[in-house]
Write a protein of this length. Structure first.
Length: 310
């Protein structure tokens, strides 16, 4: 892998599981130190929730987001300490994963990214409790057909995550999402199901939390990116810190253009592979749906790191 061109990618919510990262803490002093720093900044024992659960706690946005962030950061630190792995030619993250990508590119430092995600998780968790929004996964309909369908629903609902061709997540007001799900079934969707998430994320329902988080984003130090960051809201590579700041301000209530992000990265940089750094392999699976010819692997465990070091 040491002579390959790689794009590093980082997952968002949905990739978590109880016990993830325990092997990193047990084998790496560097990972253990990062976990301890995260505990201190979060103001609670995050690693206890990650390693021991219960699952219901880990699934709550308040804990899920910092949990996934810190696991991805630990894996990234260990990966980049391996001479067999070259620097990335670009980075990207899905939703929450964009924060990890900004940190990996040197735009945000460790303390800043932890504090931003702490506040993001708090705001989105609170919004989920009060807004009564929902999200739903739709498979088997084109984006154009789905867009026309949701436009006929009474209420705020948008295409929130363009995950892969004919694999899209819609988000918005609960009643409008439920109406859209029924209409999608009638239109012949292979799958249309409301997701077990706690709010209508990446939709206009997040406008208030996005404005609140924006204040913290405006105060944060953003440095020029050491490699391009392909951002969620426009599927475009950026290195300018103020462009990255502006896009991050919009991210919480904007659609995640993952399909276009992967296509743009593949076309512009012609990588030998995309490498998913984080628990699970959700993004690797999506990339195989987007373009089966694009090589994609994932680094998720201590054993994966050891394999690269041999």
């Amino acid at each position: 892998m040491d002579d390959k061109k790689l794009i590093w990618i980082y997952p968002g919510q949905g990739s978590q599981f109880v016990g993830m990262g325990r092997d990193l803490a047990e084998n790496s002093p560097k990972a253990k130190a990062l976990f301890e720093k995260a505990n201190k900044i979060m103001g609670f024992d995050l690693t206890s929730i990650i390693f021991d659960g219960p699952e219901e706690s880990l699934k709550r946005t308040l804990y899920t987001q910092p949990a996934i962030l810190v696991i991805c950061m630990a894996l990234h630190q260990l990966l980049t300490g391996t001479k067999a792995v070259p620097p990335a030619i670009a980075v990207a993250g899905h939703s929450l994963g964009e924060y990890t990508a900004l940190w990996a590119a040197g735009v945000l430092d460790t303390e800043t990214v932890l504090r931003l995600v702490k506040r993001r998780a708090e705001l989105m968790d609170a919004a989920a409790q009060s807004s009564k929004g929902k999200m739903a996964a739709i498979m088997g309909l084109t984006d154009e057909k789905l867009s026309d369908l949701v436009a006929t629903c009474g209420g705020k609902v948008i295409l929130a995550n363009y995950n892969a061709p004919k694999q899209t997540v819609i988000s918005g007001e609960a009643a409008a999402v439920e109406e859209a799900v029924e209409k999608c079934k009638e239109a012949g969707a292979k799958r249309a199901v409301v997701l077990q998430v706690s709010g209508g994320f990446h939709s206009p329902l997040m406008e208030g939390p996005a404005q609140e988080l924006g204040k913290l984003i405006d105060e944060a130090q953003f440095s020029p990116a050491q490699m391009p960051v392909i951002t969620n809201c426009d599927a475009t590579p950026h290195t300018d810190p103020e462009e990255l700041r502006a896009n991050l301000r919009k991210q919480m209530m904007s659609s995640v253009l993952w399909t276009k992000m992967v296509a743009r990265g593949a076309e512009e940089y012609k990588p030998d592979a995309f490498v998913e750094i984080g628990p699970g392999s959700v993004l690797a699976g999506l990339i195989r749906r987007i373009n089966p010819e694009i090589p994609c692997s994932n680094i998720a465990t201590w054993n994966d790191i050891l394999t690269l070091r041999r």
